[in-house]
Design a protein around this ligand. Structure first.
Ligand SMILES: C[S@@+](CC[C@H](N)C(=O)[O-])C[C@H]1O[C@@H](n2cnc3c(N)ncnc32)[C@H](O)[C@@H]1O
Length: 298
């Protein structure tokens, strides 16, 4: 990592401006893509018939929470997010889809104490918090999650690293993006060559007191010719634009170079031999139950 940066303390908050149209539009689109492209993110051992209440932290435009509420009408699903626009959007979406009885959405800051009583949820789910969670903030959030999880309940976290592709320009921009996250104090990586969040998930859960932690990796193939290629191409069209101000602010590139790399990356992504993987990791853990329900077969 370059040593010549004189950096202010990490800024809190979400890395992009969510009240701006492009990021909200991108999230609506990306959430749907991820929900389709990632394989099952919940532990196979989770018995959903014993789940009554689910919390989705930083739910975004809410497709995961809405899907769960739709698929499991007996489960009560709550989604929280700091953005009022996001919560208004997802609440309207729930109404328009007629999924209102078992889902609700609240504006709430996940970096503060969560406004739920102890032992409120059987499943706490959170996906892609890396855009706003500073490394030091994770232990407090996971303690809060432990408090509001019922004994025997489960927490399930999914985060990602940068994509790996055959496009030289996209790799250069991805490298700058990961370094920018490091320089902005938002990365677990020692050298800024990754986000460094995925290897930390299970240890963070164990440190918080969760038990029986397990992990599962997912790789999304968005190479040319795959079903996910066009969707993730569109995602990158927006995310690379949104990331540019941070790269410029940190002097990692110039306006001219950033624009040249942007159009080169988009062109390279459209080539027939473009190869690309995006890697995600799910980690889950259980809150210990001092009085587990008696098993019929024991
Ligand atoms: C990348 S999106 C993830 C959305 C969704 N979980 C998904 O997997 O697609 C990050 C979300 O975190 C929300 N967010 C940012 N800061 C937050 C905070 N302090 N508390 C709760 N949500 C926050 C943003 O509004 C945004 O909707």
């Amino acid at each position: 990592m370059p040593a010549h940066f004189d950096l202010p303390p990490p800024e809190k908050g979400y890395v992009f401006d969510l009240e701006s149209g492009p990021e909200l539009t991108r999230l609506i689109y990306q959430e749907r893509l991820l929900t389709n492209a990632l394989d099952e993110q919940l532990p196979e051992s989770l018995d959903l018939s014993a789940v009554h209440d689910i919390l989705d932290i930083a739910c975004g435009p809410g497709s995961w929470a809405l899907d769960m509420a739709y698929r499991y009408p007996k489960i009560n699903v709550v989604g929280i997010d700091i953005s009022k626009s996001v919560i208004e959007y997802v609440s309207a979406n729930a109404r328009s889809q007629g999924i209102e009885d078992n889902v609700s959405f609240l504006v709430m800051d996940a970096t503060k104490q969560l406004a739920f009583p102890d032992n409120s949820f059987d499943l706490v789910h959170a996906r892609l918090l890396l855009g706003f969670m500073l490394p030091d903030a994770w232990p407090a959030l996971l303690q809060e999650c432990l408090r509001i999880t019922r004994p025997g309940g489960v927490i399930c976290l999914t985060e990602c690293e940068g994509s790996l592709t055959s496009s030289p320009a996209l790799e250069q921009l991805n490298g700058m993006g990961m370094l920018a996250m490091k320089l902005a104090g938002r990365s677990f990586s020692p050298d800024g060559r990754s986000f460094g969040i995925t290897p930390m998930l299970a240890p963070l859960l164990r440190d918080a007191g969760y038990q029986e932690t397990k992990i599962k990796a997912h790789a999304i193939d968005f190479s040319a010719g795959t079903v996910h290629h066009n969707g993730f191409y569109q995602d990158f069209v927006i995310i690379l634009e949104l990331a540019r101000p941070l790269l410029l602010k940190l002097n990692l590139t110039t306006q001219e170079e950033a624009e040249r790399l942007y159009y080169q990356a988009l062109a390279e992504m459209m080539q027939n031999d473009f190869c690309a993987l995006w890697y995600f990791l799910t980690a889950w853990g259980k809150k210990s139950d001092p009085f587990p329900p008696a098993r019929l077969d024991s």
